[in-house]
Design a protein around this ligand. Structure first.
Ligand code: FE2
Ligand code: FE2
Length: 302
């Protein structure tokens, strides 16, 4: 049996868990309406009053974060294609993919409407960046269905943290509310994906641990195709909205603990090796974070 076939079979085995996680999600999540949060009363005509940076009310690094988060949300067609495409059309995951995509769709609507009404981004540049981003597309880098759940668990948690921190650092009550609503959604989605991984771990720990190593050891957020991604990511890292330390302490470590990776027993040889490697990931990330922080501190001094 190929790895993908084995993984698909595992996903099929946990289909009752997927259904019950989806039911709980439907009960727990209350839909919200972006138009009730966006400050339409601030909106002005860009034809008569073109955008100028002096109109912005949020600091530059936070605006960078808001725009990067928005462009990442704009790539939803690719996330849908990769996730829905990995599962059979009549499966519970096909149903979830539809629901998840519908809910995710509001994120870019809400953030864009906030940025345009509050004049916290250059609208022309934003549209150019969106065109460039979506034309380039995105590949998840994984085709294995188990990898997709593990990657998406980490990615939804990471976006929850990043959206929330951007909202907090904006120091603007409306920006905070918009980003918090989006972050709450990401949390609901995160709970779903994490729950599927938990169920799969119960059924096939060795297979899932091998996948967790693949995903967590080389994790990168979607968005690397966005123009000037590296420069923007560094700016955001310096603000503390999202950086290696946040990734290690608020994403990787909580996941490893939640899934009790250290305590898993009866793993096959390769999975036992993977388990050991996974237990070292947080430490390695923190070391890299310390180097980055020292570099920034030296530059600030100089
Ligand atoms: Fe989202
Ligand atoms: Fe999400």
């Amino acid at each position: 049996m190929t790895t993908t076939a084995e993984s698909l079979e595992l996903v099929q085995t946990v289909e009752p868990d997927i259904r019950s996680l989806m039911d709980t999600h439907r009960e727990r999540r209350e839909h919200w309406y972006a138009h009730e949060v966006v400050p339409w009363e601030q909106g002005r005509n860009y034809r008569d009053e073109p955008w100028d940076e002096s109109q912005a009310s949020v600091s530059r690094p936070v605006r960078t974060a808001l725009v990067l988060n928005l462009l990442t949300e704009d790539n939803l067609p690719y996330y849908h294609a990769r996730i829905a495409g990995a599962f059979p059309a009549d499966s519970a995951m096909a149903e979830w993919s539809g629901l998840w995509t519908a809910e995710e769709g509001q994120h870019s609507i809400a953030i864009r409407d906030f940025l345009l009404t509050s004049r916290n981004c250059d609208p022309r540049l934003l549209e150019e960046d969106r065109l460039a981003t979506v034309s380039r597309g995105w590949s998840i880098g994984y085709t294995d269905p188990v990898d997709i759940f593990n990657y998406t668990s980490a990615q939804e948690l990471a976006t929850r943290v990043s959206h929330r921190n951007a909202g907090v650092k904006a120091e603007d009550p409306i920006a905070y509310e918009v980003m918090n609503r989006v972050a709450v959604d990401e949390n609901h989605h995160f709970i779903f994906y994490r729950g599927v991984t938990t169920a799969m771990l119960r059924e096939a720990p060795s297979l899932v641990v091998r996948s967790l190593r693949r995903v967590l050891a080389n994790f990168s957020m979607p968005g690397t195709e966005i123009p000037n991604f590296q420069r923007r990511a560094v700016e955001i890292a310096k603000t503390g909205i999202y950086n290696l330390r946040v990734h290690a302490e608020q994403v990787v470590q909580p996941l490893i603990r939640y899934w009790k990776v250290a305590d898993l027993e009866g793993l096959d040889g390769e999975a036992a090796e993977a388990q050991e490697e996974i237990m070292g990931i947080t430490g390695r990330l923190i070391e890299q974070a310390e180097k980055f922080e020292a570099r920034i501190a030296r530059r600030r001094k100089a």
